[in-house]
Design a protein around this ligand. Structure first.
Ligand SMILES: Cc1ncc(COP(=O)(O)O)c(C=O)c1O
Length: 303
């Protein structure tokens, strides 16, 4: 079967790839390079939001994303291909593609040389842009049916959870496929002790008795930038928020819950394993957080 390199409709045509601005079709790496052989590729997803009062686009939390990318590179023992240039590269990408709407920017550091497992890696930066408005949870007001997976998030002693490397998505993908096949929209991976961790590409919050709770980073989850932002927003809004270990039963008994992340933004949850959440119809606290989140990313408030 021949895979098509043709640009998907929602992708912008100009990419930054290995030192140059090139067409979508030219942003390719060799099938036998270290990224492909050993899954050596760290990445970030960053959203650009329209700033209505400035009539321009701005990356949300760019500094935090560059910081996390730097930590992923360090954890994976990969050299820095020049990530401090990302701010200006993204600005150039916006101009070259004439981007004017909310957009998802994917930044990847691939290892493009040939070699073996211990060969010195040659890092290369690729930045692509894709049109991305609200996902259906916010666009259509749908709520997620979520399962608690039998699959575990990779243990900290098997792989560093703070490294946003593509290999860390292979197991969660299996968990997600299994959940979708069973009629769910997403799933929560657990850790080796059975505590809740996160969804395959999003952090978890539950709300119980007007307290917002999320699993601590020590559970072996990705240090999500949206998760941290929401904890800060709760502080701003005067909502009690805590990082605490959660069991599946805590999720079943929650009043409300939601997933959050750069791509999904905020996705309210209706049920876990078929247990409907008591306040899922009104979701008063989720709605309040969601409203503040969009004010923040559009530059209308700060925290
Ligand atoms: C495993 C995982 N957890 C959580 C998140 C949410 O992180 P962030 O809020 O930084 O996008 C992501 C998305 O990047 C992710 O891949």
């Amino acid at each position: 079967m021949k895979a098509s390199l043709s640009k998907p409709d929602n992708a912008y045509p100009i990419c930054f790839h290995d030192g140059n601005f090139v067409s979508w079709e030219e942003a390719v790496i060799h099938a036998n390079c270290l990224s492909m052989r050993y899954a050596l590729s760290v990445f970030e997803g960053i959203r650009l939001y329209r700033q209505p009062h400035l009539d321009e686009l701005k990356p949300f939390a760019l500094e935090a994303h560059v910081d996390r990318l730097g930590r992923s590179l360090a954890l994976m023992l990969l050299p820095d291909p020049g990530i401090s240039e990302l701010d200006s590269l993204i600005k150039d990408l916006v101009i070259k593609n004439q981007i004017i709407e909310d957009t998802y920017i994917r930044v990847a550091v691939n290892t493009i040389n040939f070699g073996e497992l211990a060969s010195p890696p040659t890092p290369s930066l690729t930045v692509t842009a894709t049109k991305m408005g609200r996902k259906r949870w916010l666009a259509q007001g749908e709520k997620m049916k979520v399962s608690i997976s039998k699959w575990q998030r990779t243990a900290e002693l098997a792989f560093p959870s703070a490294a946003k490397n593509i290999s860390n998505y292979a197991g969660p993908r299996l968990a997600l496929q299994e959940a979708i096949a069973a009629g769910y929209d997403s799933t929560i991976l657990i850790n080796h002790e059975g505590y809740l961790c996160e969804a395959p590409t999003a952090a978890l919050f539950i709300i119980q008795d007007e307290e917002v709770v999320t699993p601590p980073l020590s559970e072996g989850i990705l240090p999500s930038i949206t998760r941290k932002t929401i904890l800060q927003l709760c502080d701003l809004l005067g909502i009690r928020a805590t990082e605490r270990r959660l069991r599946p039963a805590d999720a079943y008994l929650a009043d409300e819950a939601f997933l959050c992340g750069t791509g999904i933004e905020i996705a309210p949850i209706a049920s876990f394993d078929g247990h409907s959440l008591k306040k899922m119809a009104e979701s008063p606290i989720t709605n309040k957080i969601c409203q503040a989140y969009f004010q923040l990313v559009r530059g209308e408030i700060s925290c």
